[in-house]
Design a protein around this ligand. Structure first.
Ligand code: SF4
Length: 307
């Protein structure tokens, strides 16, 4: 079991280290039993802390090469392969999501997979895949903070489609993670919490596949508006297929209602977008549909779909 470490972007700055050192000197000065460190000792202690942190990060680092590049056989984004993906993406632009998924299965199975958070779009793709290729492996990142209603959807998928969505877990349990970080990290640094409990796990889960299905829609955000139907996912280093890229929210919900696709009951209780329980609130009529995610923080994405 390895200890959780801060993400590189959250490494403490020199000034933060200095102010902590200054604060601890102040505390030490008021306490007769503590020794005040000299400048030299303070800087040696800060250097030792930085070294220990770098060693911990190296142990847990996300390898530079992953995804399809370490598959058997490996798949690399050569110029020829990227040109092929572009041609295929253009040809699939006006196809139905089912036709896009069928193409993906024919082209990449058994190295084709899907990650889902059981949102309405993900449930729609699960429903389609159950009709096209029910053997497609599907997994969910179980951060340990998901709603019970979300976890129950896994059972409903198993009952309705006979498909078992596999859970992928972070190295540390919630209890271990919070104990190592003096409390819930989502309260103080949700970027780091998402990095440790989602992104790191997803990087690991992506290793060895050639392609995966994504449930994004282009009309969800500016970043997602540029998503091709088929493209190379630079962050996770495999082919990303977005069969619902051209669909609207209305298209998704029409199919859910027409086909009786299971969905999260929280959607009927004012939760248009559902993530982990501590970072999701219901929204008021007229509010943006993602305003209930990480409310109070300058954060709108967990980082899985941003480039
Ligand atoms: S959504 Fe919240 S609880 Fe879940 S991983 Fe991100 S910060 Fe942590």
């Amino acid at each position: 079991m390895t200890a959780a470490t801060p993400s590189p972007e959250n490494a403490p700055s020199e000034s933060a280290a200095k102010s902590r050192a200054a604060a601890s000197q102040g505390e030490a000065a008021s306490s007769p039993s503590l020794k005040v460190l000299s400048d030299q000792e303070t800087s040696a202690a800060a250097m030792a802390a930085r070294k220990a942190q770098a060693a911990a990060e190296a142990e847990n680092a996300i390898p530079e090469i992953g995804g399809a590049m370490v598959a058997d056989p490996p798949l690399a984004p050569t110029p020829d392969f990227l040109a092929e993906l572009k041609r295929e993406s253009d040809a699939l632009e006006n196809e139905t999501p089912q036709a896009i998924l069928k193409w993906a299965v024919d082209r990449f199975a058994p190295k084709f997979t899907m990650a889902t958070a059981f949102g309405p779009e993900g449930m729609t793709i699960i429903h389609m895949l159950a009709g096209i290729a029910p053997e497609t492996p599907i997994f969910n990142l179980d951060t340990g903070y998901q709603f019970a209603e979300t976890m129950e959807l896994r059972e409903r998928v198993r009952e309705k489609y006979g498909v078992t969505v596999e859970y992928k877990y972070p190295d540390l349990t919630v209890e271990e993670f919070e104990a190592a970080n003096h409390g819930p990290v989502y309260l103080t640094d949700p970027n780091r919490c998402c990095f440790e409990r989602k992104l790191r796990v997803l990087h690991k889960a992506a290793r060895g596949w050639h392609a995966w299905a994504s449930a994004i829609r282009r009309d969800q955000s500016e970043d997602r508006a540029k998503a091709p139907i088929v493209g190379w996912d630079k962050k996770f280093q495999l082919v990303k297929i977005s069969p619902l890229a051209n669909w609207t929210k209305k298209d998704v919900w029409s199919l859910i209602s027409k086909e009786g696709i299971p969905y999260n009951p929280l959607h009927d209780q004012g939760y248009p977008s559902i993530g982990c329980q501590p970072c999701t609130r219901s929204v008021l009529p007229g509010e943006d549909e993602r305003s209930g995610r990480w409310s109070g923080f300058q954060k709108t994405e967990c980082g899985l779909h941003s480039s």
